[in-house]
Design a protein around this ligand. Structure first.
Ligand code: NAP
Length: 281
C-alpha cells in the first residue's frame, strides 16, 4: 500500500511560520493585506475566494474583494490595478484568471506591480524563477508541489522527475524549481510519444493534465512516487485527480490524494506570499 502524502500537515507547517512573521510585522504596525480582483460571478472563482478569505481571517491577514462586471473595459481594469499598486495598505494583488476573452492578459500581467504580484503573473517575477532565483514570488501550484516534496523528504538530486504539463502556471515553472534541486527533468505534453514508458522509468511523476483518473496502473510501478496536481470532475461528478487513486494507491510507493493533496497547500502558499509582500514594502 502506498504512503499517502497529505497536504494538510504541509499547510499547517507553512501557517505556523506565517503566524510568527505576522506577529513580527504587527510590531511595526504592518498588517498583510490581500486585494482580490474578481470579474463576474464564476462559481469556481466565488468558492475559491470564500476559501481564501476564510484562510486569511484565520491567520490574521486582511482581505478586500474588488468585484467588477465581467464586461469591464481593459482600461478600467488597468486603472483599478494601478490604484491598488499605489495603495500603501495593500500588500498583494490577486487577479482571478482566466480573464474574460476581451481582456488582454498580457497587458494586465504587466500592470500589476512586481512587488505586489503574489500570484506571480508579472513577467519579471516569472523570469526570476527561470533564472533559478526562488526567493521571490512563485506561481502557487508548482510551489505547493515543491513544498510537498520537501516536507516528505523525497530526494530530488539526480533523480528522474517527469512533469506531465507544459503550461506557464504549472509545468514550466515547476520544471525550473525541480532543476534548481538538481533533478533530471522531463516535461511531457499531449504530443509526447510512449508516455507510459517515460512515467514508468521516472522516480517521481507530477501529473497535471486536468483529466480525471487518466493515469492508471500501466503508467506506474511499485517504486513510483505520484504527485497529482490535476483537479477535475469524474464521470460521477466527483472531484478527482488525474491519477486513478483507487487503482494506484495499492501498488505505487507514494501518492498525493485529490482532494487533500497539493491543492490544500496552494492557498497557504498564496498567503505566505502576501506576508512576503508586506515584509518587502
Ligand atoms: P492546461 O493549460 O490545460 O495544461 C494541461 C497540460 O496537460 C498541457 O501541457 C497538455 O499538453 C497536457 N496534456 C493534455 N492531455 C494530455 C495527454 N493525453 N497526454 C499528455 N499530456 C497531456 O492546464 P493547467 O492550467 O496547467 O492545469 C492543469 C491541471 O492542474 C488542471 O486539472 C487544473 O485544474 C489543475 N490545477 C490545480 C491547481 C491546484 O492548486 N491543485 C492549480 C492550478 C491548476 P499540451 O500543452 O500539448 O496541450
Amino acid at each position: 500500500m502506498a504512503e499517502i502524502l497529505k497536504g494538510n500537515v504541509v499547510a499547517a507547517q507553512i501557517k505556523e511560520k506565517m503566524k510568527k512573521d505576522i506577529e513580527e510585522l504587527a510590531k511595526h504596525d504592518k498588517i498583510p493585506t490581500l486585494a482580490i480582483v474578481r470579474l463576474g460571478n464564476n462559481p469556481g472563482d466565488v468558492s475559491y475566494e470564500k476559501s481564501i478569505i476564510k484562510n486569511c481571517d484565520n491567520i490574521g491577514i486582511k482581505s478586500k474583494v474588488f468585484e467588477r462586471d465581467v464586461n469591464i473595459k481593459t482600461e478600467e481594469l488597468i486603472e483599478l490595478i494601478e490604484e491598488l499598486n499605489k495603495h500603501d495598505n495593500i500588500s498583494g494583488i490577486l487577479v482571478f484568471r482566466p480573464l474574460p476573452s476581451h481582456i488582454d492578459e498580457e497587458i494586465i500581467r504587466n500592470t500589476i506591480s512586481p512587488l505586489k504580484d503574489v500570484d506571480c503573473m508579472h513577467p519579471l517575477n516569472l523570469e526570476r524563477i527561470f533564472e533559478g532565483d526562488m526567493d521571490g514570488f512563485a506561481p502557487c501550484t508548482p510551489k505547493a508541489a515543491m513544498e510537498m516534496l520537501k516536507h516528505y523528504k523525497i530526494p530530488l538530486e539526480g533523480k528522474n522527475v517527469v512533469v506531465v504539463n507544459r503550461s506557464m502556471v504549472v509545468g514550466k515553472p515547476l520544471a525550473m524549481m525541480l532543476l534548481k534541486e538538481n533533478a533530471t527533468v522531463t516535461i511531457c505534453h499531449s504530443r509526447t510519444k510512449n508516455l507510459e514508458e517515460i512515467t514508468n522509468r521516472a522516480d517521481v511523476v507530477v501529473v497535471a493534465l486536468g483529466k480525471a483518473k487518466f493515469f492508471d496502473e500501466k503508467y506506474f510501478n511499485e517504486n513510483s512516487i505520484v504527485i497529482d496536481v490535476g483537479v477535475s470532475l469524474d464521470q460521477n461528478g466527483k472531484l478527482s485527480g488525474d491519477a486513478y487513486y483507487d487503482k494506484l494507491s495499492p501498488i505505487v510507493n507514494k501518492i498525493t490524494p485529490v482532494p487533500g493533496g497539493v491543492g490544500s497547500v496552494t492557498t497557504s502558499i498564496l498567503l505566505s506570499q502576501v506576508v512576503l509582500a508586506c515584509k518587502n514594502i
